[in-house]
Design a protein around this ligand. Sequence first.
Ligand code: KIV
Ligand code: ZN
Length: 370
Amino acid sequence: MSEQLIIFDTTLRDGEQSPGASMTKDEKLRIARQLERLKVDVIEAGFAASSNGDFEAVRAIAAAVRESTICSLARANDRDIARAAEALKGAARSRIHTFIATSELHMEKKLRRTREQVLEQAIQAVRFARNLCGDIEFSPEDGYRSDPEFLARVVEAVIAEGATTINIPDTVGYAIPELYGNFIKNLRERVPNSDKAIWSVHCHNDLGMAVANSLAGVQIGGARQVECTINGLGERAGNCSLEEVVMAVKTRRDYFGLDVNIDATQIVSASRLVSQTTGFVVQPNKAVVGANAFAHASGIHQDGVLKARDTYEIMRAEDVGWAANKIVLGKLSGRNAFKQRLQELGIALESEAEVNNAFVRFKDLADRKN
Ligand code: KIV
Ligand code: ZN
């Protein structure tokens, strides 16, 4: 039996941290229901302690969604963790996700704490959380830029306290796929109790490599959870995009050998809902969910796709929720695509000569329009 890759969606938490993407409780609830239809394993519904609005949103999602695990983020302190636990009370399955920064830069300049203080705070936080919830995720923020030896000490200690998922964020999108994959692999080897937790990747897209880095974390590093957002929404250049990472694993199952629970036919609806809700337009050439992702404009490609779609398509548009692929007629189109469109429109031309004639006139018009 093949292994499962857990899909953890953080559109409603990290995605919402995108400037201008803040959502109301009702909007979040609508998106959470769509994420449930998408069969996301874990929904990070918000950061309950950050505001009363977010607390209420997490609470409402926990009460409404039954199929996915509902998670709230919490800083590594008792107040945040208690607030998260309170908001998650009504959930069928809940998770508390607690974090603290472990890179020298963040500890010294932001937290103004020593290594030993941070280690102790992480231990106390996980111990406190574990008494409130059986499913605890721990993230060392800026993990990828942390000293591996210190990071290993922190991770070993929080697993010993009962953390069930260890997430290693590339908080600032600094990683390179091979290096990030090996970072996770080496860290797992360094931590004696690493087999007691599921390892997770969380990559930001500052250098456009969030999906590639996440996949390397899975393939080289052995992570079995990916954190991602719909349309790659997120702070600065965004997070790892759910639709891209999921379709990479599904389409290249021959390489990854992993199963995902996701119902891919819900992807386009999820993408549209998030885009409409936040006002963040999806670029036309965006993989999987862009308007042109399955559109063919060149005559050679159109002819190929009409004869056998796999000549130019590696996924079926219908499988990710589009009505069908799109043959876009324009000045680059070929006669075959033109003839097919006439048939679809119910226009019956008597002879091949008539088709040829109409095609010449169409090309002339398209040349002038383009
Ligand atoms: O990017 C990050 O480090 C985070 C953590 C809170 C997991 O979002
Ligand atoms: Zn993040």
